[in-house]
Write a protein that binds this ligand. Structure first.
Ligand code: G4P
Length: 525
């Protein structure tokens, strides 16, 4: 097949949600429909079980397992679908944000009883920033749910993007009758079929059919009113609006019951974009370019403490990737050949000879790669759009074994390359400050430093609220700011200047006092 055809048939996306909304279940059901697995429960999910939240080693083990399911690929209707898995645990939210840089579209799952939750909001912020096309699946309609119009309003308001209901539910909870597909004007009935396999769904396309009217009996009037209202308020869906990230098609269903999933998958395949151009610093890289270029968006450590090797995940951005061909690692200028690049197909990991834009290639890494690194045929590309966000927790790192200074430095460097945490160095005293999203990573770092690098560290609390990357409109003011705030300034790994504000109040005061300084909440602006 020609390069262009391979690109056009690829759909690379992520399913994201606030924990517990049903991301894992929906992923599994999509794999069932895609024929990648036969029974539910076959996929070891990337989900970190609730019971394990305090046991970080257990979590790391589960993350180890999850490498195998990092990318779940399958073929469906002539398309090659790549689902990129994201960690369910909030403390690993940064991982999820980075994964979003490697997808061409996103499906957001919501719990119909809960609506928009904190994590949904943050994930949508990242999608909006990148103008990623988004679809919404409102899950758990078999359980008591909130009013659908109210949910749509909340979604539009809270996520800042217009909604377009493609399917519409009739009833909810114990009284859930099914969904009406506004596209093909067909009603699909919810009959509580087997949860394990794909059952036949009864369909009604004649809205006067006696069987249909019996099935939705108490809701008939409401059904007619609501569908008429929907046709008035949400007429046709313009696929371009979806592709621009301006409108999100919405589906209702119950992932656990395989219900509404097929409609979602089929609409997704119809509407979702093939790999999109990727922004590099000097130009935009088009997937259809002949020459290969890719970037690392995720690095995963090997769970075996005797081997410090890692897997780097490269997203192919353009051209054809080939096994054993010499490529350039742009940051170091090193030539690299990958003799056993792997792809991940549901549970199977296999060595591949070639890969195309949209695909994810796993390569063995002995410590060369950093998140965001480019690999090309020679061009010095620097990809944009893999931002770091301000961490939530900050600690000074204290070396607990002075003789192991080098090991500690190396360990911290590699762990931050992997994106486990962010490292800052205070401009005042040169002390290392570690910043994480959740408390869990602090434990993970201590554990891994000790077991993989033979270094031990402890932490000292620092009263810090946010790290803001700064940049100045007015150089004089920047000098003044530096003098004034020298205790709160630090450098990140790329030597960018960061203001570590102590509190929301301090940040607000700084913003008011120094209007010539721009405070950014992510490392890319
Ligand atoms: P997550 O990955 O977004 O965190 O959510 P996950 O799919 O694990 O689903 C969270 C819980 O919600 C699970 O129950 C799952 O079975 C349930 N669930 C998912 N979809 C539906 C649905 O359509 N209807 C209903 N009623 N429940 C649904 P659990 O008891 O936490 O876990 P498990 O023991 O069932 O695995």
């Amino acid at each position: 097949m020609k390069l262009a055809e391979e690109i056009q048939r690829r759909r690379t996306f992520a399913i994201v949600s606030h924990p517990d909304a049903g991301k894992t279940t929906l992923t599994e059901k999509l794999l069932l429909f895609g024929g990648a697995i036969n029974v539910a429960g076959a996929v070891k999910s990337n989900k970190i079980r609730k019971t394990a939240t305090s046991d970080f080693m257990e979590i790391e083990k589960q993350r180890g397992i999850s490498v195998a399911t990092s990318v779940m690929g399958f073929e469906y209707g002539g398309k090659k679908v790549n689902i990129l898995d994201t960690p369910g645990h909030q403390d690993f939210a940064e991982d999820t944000y980075r994964t979003l840089t490697a997808v061409d579209s996103v499906i957001i799952v919501l719990d119909a009883a809960k609506g928009v939750e904190t994590q949904t909001r943050k994930l949508m912020d990242v999608c909006r920033m990148r103008k990623t096309p988004v679809m919404v699946f409102i899950n758990k309609m078999d359980r008591p749910a909130r009013d659908s119009f109210e949910l749509l309003d909340e979604l539009e308001k809270e996520l800042g993007i217009a909604m377009h209901p493609v399917t519409w539910p009739v009833g909810e909870g114990a009284d859930f009758r099914g969904v009406f597909d506004r596209g093909d004007r067909t009603f699909r009935s919810f009959d509580r079929i087997s949860k394990q396999t794909i059952g036949e769904v009864r369909e009604f396309s004649d809205m006067e059919d006696a069987g249909f009217l019996r099935h939705i009996a108490p809701y008939e009037k409401r059904f007619r009113e609501e569908t008429a209202l929907l046709d008035g308020v949400y007429p046709g869906l313009d696929p371009d609006d979806y592709l621009k990230g301006a409108v999100a098609p919405v589906f209702f269903g119950s992932a656990l019951n395989n219900f509404g999933v097929k409609e979602l998958l089929e609409s997704f395949l119809l509407l979702a974009p093939h790999p999109r151009p990727v922004h590099a610093e000097n130009r935009v890289v088009d997937p259809f370019e002949a020459s290969f270029a890719g970037f690392v968006f995720k690095i995963h450590a090997n769970m075996d403490p005797n081997h410090r090797d890692r897997i780097a995940f490269i997203k192919v951005a353009s051209g054809r990737f080939e096994r054993n061909r010499a490529y350039i690692h742009v940051r170091t200028g090193k030539q690299m050949k990958f003799s056993s690049p792997t792809s991940f197909m549901a549970e199977k990991k296999s060595v591949i000879d070639e890969a195309f834009p949209g695909d994810i290639v796993g390569v063995h890494d002995t410590g060369n790669f950093k998140i965001g690194d480019a690999v090309t045929e020679g061009e010095k590309l620097k990809f944009k759009g893999i931002p770091s966000f301000s961490p939530e927790l900050f600690r000074y790192v204290v070396n607990a074994e002075p003789m192991k200074f080098k090991q500690l430095a190396r360990g911290l460097e590699q762990l931050t390359d992997e994106g486990v945490a962010q490292l800052f160095v205070s401009k005042l005293n040169g002390r290392k400050i570690i910043g994480t999203v959740g408390a869990l990573q602090l434990d993970v770092i201590q554990y891994r430093l000790q077991h993989e690098y033979g270094a031990r560290c402890s932490y000292e609390p620092i009263p810090m609220y946010k790290a803001c990357w700064i940049d100045a409109r007015d150089m004089k003011q920047l000098e003044k700011f530096r003098l004034h705030k020298n205790q709160q300034l630090a450098l990140d790994r790329e030597d960018r200047e960061v203001y570590m504000s102590e509190s929301p109040y301090a940040l607000q005061m700084a913003q008011e006092k120094f209007p010539g300084i721009i405070f950014h909440f992510s490392s890319e602006y």
